[in-house]
Design a protein around this ligand. Structure first.
Ligand code: NAI
Ligand code: MG
Length: 353
């Protein structure tokens, strides 16, 4: 009988978003049907195509409806960058950033694992398996700045990095908790030697909270040195905690060394549980390959695994991760269609492969 429930909002979005989300949902249904999860889902048409059809990005009514769900599964939004009918940055600002800030997604969680069968560009990658805990709602991304005497040779442009004690404490605490469930190693990445004010705030909470988690080994790296180790010895990392900007940069590098965009999933998490968290592949809508059934749905499928784990369905999330790894190992070097990858992963889950 179905004793636990999961009520999902699904935002397939544009381009390959709907293609990869379709496979992710098939995988989710397969896992849910053999478990005690009572799965409900409602689809929301949002993104560039939706804006073209309605002139709307994300209304208050839709925000209210989204808020009622347990979690959000998100594909990708955005038009072909060559199209000129959509104001630049409109979808990013009025949709993606609005969701992230309104639902207080203060943890941006990005696991990086070099899966068997995925090809790293590093000649000697080692066993890459780490998670970046990136701050999601503060730092230089808050829009605190402006331009004076714009477009003159006297122009002044500012972008103030905003960091709060509250924001840093909840971030660092989340990272220590996560490290305790893994290999118990936590690295703070910042630039405390130059960005001294924000740096002191991060160091102060990092050191204070470390005293509460004595079983977690701690380390500190400046962001520039971290990019070196990310290429020379990425296996040294277990959990990384960092601010919004450094996290943005380091996770792209992390995605690249683990075989790329087809495998990277992320969670935009409101860890307090006040608002629904949102899980998505890191990639965008890939207009260059949309509609051809060739997009890799693995990142979207791994996003579902993250979502399940976040909602407390640990075993079911782990089952999907294991199925993805087994499937990849069975198909090293093969080119498969979007559907075929979904079929193959489902076959592993049902024990047919
Ligand atoms: P993109 O990630 O969509 O594509 C970059 C390259 O990677 C393309 O060559 C694409 O074909 C390939 N690629 C991406 N995902 C793939 C997959 N699952 N399987 C195989 N190949 C894949 O980034 P791009 O081209 O910069 O952006 C396209 C649109 O997506 C833009 O409108 C952009 O704003 C939007 N975007 C949306 C994001 C989101 O919704 N969170 C994130 C990044 C971009
Ligand atoms: Mg980025």
């Amino acid at each position: 009988s179905k004793t636990r429930s999961l009520d999902l909002a699904v935002i397939p979005g544009d381009g390959i978003g709907p293609e990869v989300v379709a496979q992710a949902l098939r995988v989710l249904q397969t896992v849910a049907s053999s478990s005690d999860i009572d799965l409900a889902q409602r689809e929301y048409p949002l993104g560039a195509d939706h804006w073209r059809a309605t002139g709307e990005t994300l209304t208050e009514d839709t925000m209210h409806a989204l808020r009622q769900h347990d979690a959000i599964l998100f594909g990708a939004v955005g038009a072909d960058p060559r199209s000129t009918d959509i104001p630049s940055g409109l979808i990013e600002r009025e949709m993606l950033l609005k969701l992230r800030f309104s639902f207080d997604h203060y943890i941006n969680l990005r696991p990086s694992k070099l899966l068997p069968g995925a090809t790293s560009p590093l000649s000697n990658p080692g066993e890459i398996d780490f998670v970046v805990v990136r701050e999601g709602t503060e730092g230089p991304y808050v829009g605190n700045g402006g331009r004076l005497r714009a477009d003159t040779d006297q122009e002044i442009a500012t972008e103030v990095s905003l960091n709060t004690a509250h924001g840093v404490e909840r971030l660092v605490r989340y990272a220590f908790e996560l490290a305790q469930t893994r290999r118990k190693k936590l690295t703070l990445i910042h630039k405390t030697n130059v960005l001294v004010n924000a740096g002191k705030l991060y160091s102060r909470y990092f050191n204070a909270i470390a005293a509460e988690y004595r079983d977690v080994q701690t380390d500190y790296l400046h962001i520039d040195a971290a990019t070196i180790f990310m290429t020379t010895d990425p296996a040294r990392f277990d959990v990384i905690v960092t601010d919004n900007l450094f996290g943005d940069i380091i996770t792209d590098q992390a995605g690249a060394i683990t075989g790329g965009i087809g495998y990277a999933a992320s969670g935009n998490i409101n860890a307090s549980g006040e608002f629904p968290s949102m899980f998505e592949p890191v990639h965008g809508s890939a207009p260059d390959i949309a509609g051809q059934n060739i997009a890799n749905p693995t990142a979207a499928i791994l996003a579902v695994a993250l979502l399940l784990k976040h909602r407390g369905f640990e075993a079911e999330g782990a089952k999907i991760e294991q199925a993805v790894e087994k499937d990849l190992a069975q198909h090293i070097g093969e080119t498969r269609s979007t559907d075929a990858i979904g079929d193959d992963i489902i076959a592993v889950l049902t024990g047919e492969k």
